[in-house]
Design a protein around this ligand. Structure first.
Ligand code: AMP
Length: 610
């Protein structure tokens, strides 16, 4: 049966897992790492780099290295979050053709789903290398607080990468799934997930019958480790300004170095109480004199700089408990997820709030990927071990705009999905043939404060006096959290199906085109890898032949036949070398056969003579 992979598409790191023999395992990448940086870069030569190799060159190629693209996915150009990223990111964020935002790397402009697709494609390839066959289906996780636009855009990213995303699940839910899988427990748990870019909290009821029911969820898709880093950066920039009167933010390369150093210091302060940020030659002064940044930072200082961020996560926990109608002491286990939960202050604040220490048994970086893999297996495998039901909720209220600019609620937040609600609309004018409906998601009473998912116009209504035509509109949220709308004229039974306008800013033609590009990339990449493997094999054979040459020459010296064989061997080696220089993969592969024959022959000659 075909395997479904589980991908935790993180803001800073991604992780891929599969279920094997009934147990989920994280797949390590070629470097042996279980997580891969969610980074994409374009080199001067136009080569795409993804993961660790992109991260390694980020300082020297800051403008063309994308990180934290997840913070931009499904966001509109005009949104405050995009404006915020524009000031803090060294790469260029530009306006897209459909009110979306795009990323410019050298002379190419990419949509955000396309960048995410490159990361998904990398994770797909890591899984394929491990499994030894192609995979085409995945379960991908998203922050619980992602809205419809962000989910749609993530699904688009999956399609572009060549993966059919059979389900999108929420990260905390995936974590709970991995935690409860195979345990046969009845327990109410809180999953506190603070990653690089987002914060989520979910309260779940796990039952021994295999039901994982989310009771409530909340979060902030713009609150995470990156904000902690920014506080340290700001503190260093301010200090440097005071000392030298130079603004480090003006220099992209300096900013990238600062970012790396700030994150490193933050992580170090989870295990030590003081650390030094040391960046020699960070910038030049107005008089062209090299300036260095050297400053000690303590854990207490970091905690002070970021106190409001940690406090905000705890406040959101309070709101979520209230929504769930639970008291703190009714939470029987607290599960910490995401790299930021390694920070002692974060752990302490969560323990203080819930009045209990967090569970130690889960790996904060791997648990989400594992949960996604479990869900993937559960969706396709019909076995008792995989018999489980996941009941998630919608994180935002879905509604429409009504007269006066108000927001009328149709599906309240924390409703179990999939779900649907119908609402009758009546014509208000004689012979009215069309009705325009604006679909929004959010918690404000004022429609304009909420996220506009899209608008649609019901057309072709029967001509009749006002109030005589009744159209039933059904709003649906599927298990992925994605919204769709259908309409039915109750009298004629005529149906209209309306797709809420895609907010990822991509048309189906564009997606098709990007899929084609991704396919071509995958083919070229596999060819490159094959060339590399063939080159390495040829190099090993050549090295062995070279070391045997003197011995073979000594043995066959004096015989014409021997000299002939030596001559031929030289030609084989020279030809292999020139093919390698040209990077001619099929040629190298053919030549490996000739090299192997020569190597066997040489070994035979040397073996016989000894
Ligand atoms: P994630 O999105 O779950 O991969 O989390 C990544 C975030 O966790 C980044 O902001 C990291 O800087 C942060 N992080 C990783 N390790 C640590 C650590 N030891 N202490 C504090 N933060 C960390």
């Amino acid at each position: 049966m075909e395997k479904v992979i589980g991908i935790d598409l993180g803001t800073f790191n991604s992780c891929v897992a599969v279920v094997e023999a009934g147990a989920p395992v994280v797949v390590a990448n070629r470097g042996g790492y279980k997580v891969t940086p969610s980074m994409v870069a374009l080199t001067e030569a136009g080569k795409r780099l993804v993961g660790h190799i992109a991260k390694r060159q980020a300082v020297t190629n800051a403008e063309n290295t994308v990180f934290a693209a997840k913070r931009l996915i499904g966001r509109k150009w005009e949104s405050p979050q995009v404006k915020n990223s524009m000031t803090s990111c060294p790469y260029r964020i530009v306006e897209g053709p459909h009110g979306d935002c795009r990323i410019q790397l050298r002379d190419k402009v990419y949509s955000v789903p396309e960048i995410s697709a490159m990361i998904l494609q990398e994770m797909k390839m890591i899984a394929e290398d491990y499994l030894g066959h192609e995979v085409s289906k995945a379960v991908v996780t998203v922050p619980a607080y992602f809205n419809d636009g962000q989910r749609q855009a993530t699904k688009d990213a999956g399609a572009i990468s060549g993966l059919e995303v059979i389900r999108i699940i929420n990260e905390p839910t995936a974590a709970a799934l991995a935690y409860g899988f195979g345990k046969n427990i009845d327990r109410t748990v809180a999953v506190y997930d603070l990653g690089g870019g987002t914060f989520d909290i979910s309260i779940l009821e796990i039952s021994s019958s295999g039901v994982f029911k989310v009771v409530s969820t909340a979060g902030d898709t713009f609150l995470g480790g990156e904000d902690y880093d920014q506080r340290v950066i700001q503190w260093l920039v301010d200090g440097f300004m005071e000392e030298h009167g130079v603004d480090l933010r003006q220099d992209r390369m300096a900013l990238q170095r600062l970012k790396d150093a700030s994150e490193k210091a933050k992580c170090e302060l989870s295990s030590v109480t003081e650390t030094e940020v040391n960046l020699p030659f960070i910038i030049s002064s107005a008089h062209n004199e090299a300036l260095h940044l050297q400053r000690m930072i303590s854990r207490t200082q970091l905690e002070e700089l970021t106190a409001d961020l940690t406090k905000r996560t705890v406040q959101i926990c309070g709101m979520t408990l209230e929504e769930a109608g639970l008291e703190k002491d009714e939470i029987e286990e607290v599960i910490l997820v995401g790299g930021m939960t390694r920070m002692p202050m974060v752990q302490q604040s969560v323990s203080e709030f819930f009045g209990r220490d967090a569970c130690k048994g889960v790996h904060p970086d791997e648990v989400v990927g594992l949960g996604a893999a479990i869900q993937g297996a559960a969706l396709i495998e019909d076995t008792p071990e995989m018999d489980m039901v996941l009941l998630d909720v919608t994180p935002h209220t879905l509604g429409i705009m009504v007269v006066g600019g108000y927001f009328e609620e149709l599906i309240p937040q924390n409703t179990t999905v999939p779900t649907s609600r119908s609402k009758p609309f009546t014509t208000v004018r004689d012979n009215q043939t069309a009705v325009k409906i604006l679909v929004l998601q959010g918690e404000s009473r004022r429609a304009e404060d909420n996220e506009l998912l899209g608008e649609f116009i019901l057309t072709g209504l029967r001509r009749a006096p006002a109030g005589q035509v009744e159209v039933d509109v059904t709003f649906e949220i599927n298990a992925d959290g994605i919204v769709s709308v259908h309409a039915k004229d109750l009298e004629t039974g005529k149906e209209q199906s309306i797709t809420v306008t895609a907010t990822s800013g991509l048309t189906s033609d564009e997606i098709e085109h990007m899929m084609q590009d991704a396919k071509e990339y995958a083919v070229a990449r596999r060819q490159d890898e094959e060339t590399e493997r063939a080159r390495q094999e040829a190099e090993t054979l050549i090295a062995e032949i070279e070391t045997l040459f003197p011995q073979v020459e000594a043995v066959v010296e004096g015989s014409d036949f021997g000299r002939d064989a030596i001559e031929k061997a030289r030609t084989v080696v020279d030809r292999a070398r020139s093919l390698m220089e040209r990077g001619d993969a099929p040629g190298i592969r053919d030549q490996i056969e000739a090299l192997s024959r020569t190597q066997r022959m040489f070994k035979g000659v040397v073996g016989k003579s000894s």
